[in-house]
Ligand binder design. Structure first.
Ligand code: PRE
Length: 285
């Protein structure tokens, strides 16, 4: 390997490591907010703050996952110690891991650790605690491109099986249409090859662009394509004829032929994404 090539590859690997680190921090911040909520709910319902059984359960779950993804048990255990200690600190408990726990006078805590009064309803607060799509984007980009493509191809194969069979997707043969998820900064270029819609590495002739939530609302049939295009939540660029044909197909997708389990999952996912977006915007869903 030439020295320049190695340095270039190292820079790319380091950039990927940076994105994973961003993801770790964002997820820890989300966990901390959820722990604060758990703390408020426990004090409201008179449940003791520290729950060693639950901690044990949390550790057991993560150890099983660590094993599956080949992360050393010791690494997973240290990370969970840190996360649980942070959660306890957020709830006003000083934890000496493995040795006990002491309640702390909230007035003695730094402001960031104090719990705000429990007033607002739980669901929007819970949703707001989750990172918005823009924050999830770095995590998704860590997923190897090949995996992203395979997942998308498998999902499309299930959703579009009927139109592929009855020929209504023939207009896509040899044409390239991109789906862009604006807030996740993801883009896939699709082409019909044989009897499959494939993700290809080529410039698209037309693009359909929208946020993750709007595309999910469309896929979950909670919004129709016409409304979303009219509201400019979806945007069409490039070859108008190809884009419009794709749009019409989206309108006429035989929803009944999509497997029931997938329809339910899409519908629930879309409702959840819509509620999370409304919570982040401070609206009611
Ligand atoms: O599940 C809870 O009750 C939490 O407060 C969260 C958490 C955790 O970090 O997982 C923190 C402290 C409890 O002792 C148990 C679990």
């Amino acid at each position: 390997m030439r020295p320049g090539t190695g340095r270039f590859a190292l820079a790319r690997v380091r950039a990927a490591i940076d994105r994973v680190d961003d993801g770790l921090i964002v997820l820890l911040a989300a966990r901390r907010r959820l722990a604060a909520m758990a703390g408020r709910l426990k004090s409201r319902s008179g449940v003791p703050s520290r729950d060693l059984l639950r901690e044990q359960q949390v550790r057991r779950r993560t150890q099983a996952l660590a094993q599956r993804v080949q992360l050393p048990a010791e690494t997973a255990s240290r990370l969970l110690n840190l996360a649980i200690a942070d959660a306890c600190a957020r709830q006003g408990l000083v934890v000496d891991l493995g040795q006990g726990v002491h309640a702390v006078d909230p007035r003695m805590m730094p402001p960031t650790m104090r719990m705000p009064p429990a007033t607002v309803s739980i669901t929007p607060r819970l949703l707001r605690a989750l990172p918005p799509p823009q924050r999830v984007a770095p995590l998704l980009r860590v997923l190897p491109l090949r995996w992203q493509q395979r997942l998308l191809e498998a999902a499309m194969q299930r959703v579009l099986a009927a139109p592929i069979r009855d020929g209504s997707l023939e207009f896509m043969r040899g044409r390239r249409l991109a789906i862009e998820v604006s807030d996740l900064r993801l883009r896939w270029v699709l082409e019909l090859a044989g009897d499959r819609l494939c993700v290809v590495d080529a410039e698209p002739e037309a693009s359909v662009r929208g946020s993750a939530t709007d595309l999910l609302l469309l896929a979950g049939r909670l919004e129709d394509a016409d409304t979303l295009f009219f509201q400019r939540a979806l945007d069409l660029t490039g070859d108008t004829e190809l884009g419009l044909t794709a749009r019409n197909l989206l309108e006429r997708l035989p929803w009944e032929s999509v497997p029931l389990g997938l329809r339910i999952a899409l519908n629930r996912g879309a409702r959840f994404a819509r509620a999370a977006r409304a919570a982040h915007r401070g609206e009611s869903a």
